[in-house]
Design a protein around this ligand. Sequence first.
Ligand code: FAD
Length: 386
Amino acid sequence: MTDSLTSPLRIGIVGAGIGGLAAACALRAAGHDVQVFEQSRQFLRVGADINLTPNAVRALDGLAPGIGEAVRASAARPTHRISRLWDSGEETSRLAMGDTAEQQYGAPQLTIHRADLLAALAEAFPQERVHFGKRAQAIAQDHSQGEVAIRFADDSEVRRLDLLVGADGIHSVVRAALFGDEQPRFTGVVAFRAVVPTARVGGVPDLGAFTKWWGPTPESQIVTFPLNQGRDTFIFATTAQDSWHEESWTTPGSVDELRAVYRDFHPHARALLDACDAVLKTALYERDPLPEWSQGAITLLGDACHPMMPFMAQGAGSAIEDAVVLARCVGLAGQPAEVPSVLRRYEAARQERASRIQIGSRGNNWLRAGGNADWVYGYDAWAVPV
Ligand code: FAD
């Protein structure tokens, strides 16, 4: 856990997503006065899956008492991580997860509905400290006093924060305030997602595993893994597109269009798509690594500073790792004046790994035909030097 502080800091976090809530838990556990400001009116049950690899689960487990148990109560625990060729179905890599990963990395891989993960995080942090309907619009920093203020779209304001954390996602307002307003880039890839009862895809082998069917082009792939302790199966497929580029957790896609794209895939891969009644679609956006994450007493975490393609399944995991390392670094500040220097430490500890994963995710080659996953899965955010 984080070191205890000589005096609690007044900390504001913009964004109650996975990264913002993870940071709220970790900073509160270190004894700080933490408030979270979220633009939505409430937590929405949107999205489908989150694949938490062992590094993410390890970071999550230490955030608050009971959080690991809450996540495990609804998560599934994939037995393996398998790669297959799209046409022959030939297996090109197989990593044992489950107990093997737990022994090797100190935590298993878990797959969970995104809303269940958010609920577990929200449960671990006092409800009255999450302020909904607060869309941050402007940030002001008084460097001489070391104080930060946030102005919200409803014209309210919060002042005299010792530390502001921008956990406000890929379109971060805090990032724009620090480093300028540059738009994320459409990658030309659209992701389709579906959740189906596992019984409906009974003929497909290894439904207890995370399996990726690698297609003939970098954009064609089908990923499948168990959700809800195996009762449901999550299906994820991507296609190259240039005409539609909306980011959305709720826009329906066409199952027939998807089946047509994948019509030449192996029968087991096609059976996954045949089991889908409906799919949701979203365009995928990304940015280049950001050279700096902090200015004075303001910093960023998660998608606000390193949005990435989902191909290594590390976006949420990286946000949770950031949260842990940030709280550990802030724990080194005995007084508000030391916040800027501990934020430099946080950046120094996190930036190289996050950028490497961000670039690696763009390539979409991760564990395609074997390879060593230790540098990603074996990372311990609670122990890395800060
Ligand atoms: P977000 O989840 O975007 O949260 C930001 C929060 O800030 C939101 O609640 C938003 O409403 C709020 N906000 C935004 N602007 C403001 C404002 N101005 N004022 C107040 N609040 C604001 N990652 C994995 O680890 N594993 C996976 O399997 C995986 N699969 C993915 C599949 C897809 C299709 C996609 C698109 C992503 C996937 N990711 C995955 C990535 C993961 O979803 C993100 O990296 C992760 O959610 C980032 O969390 P975050 O808290 O940084 O940002």
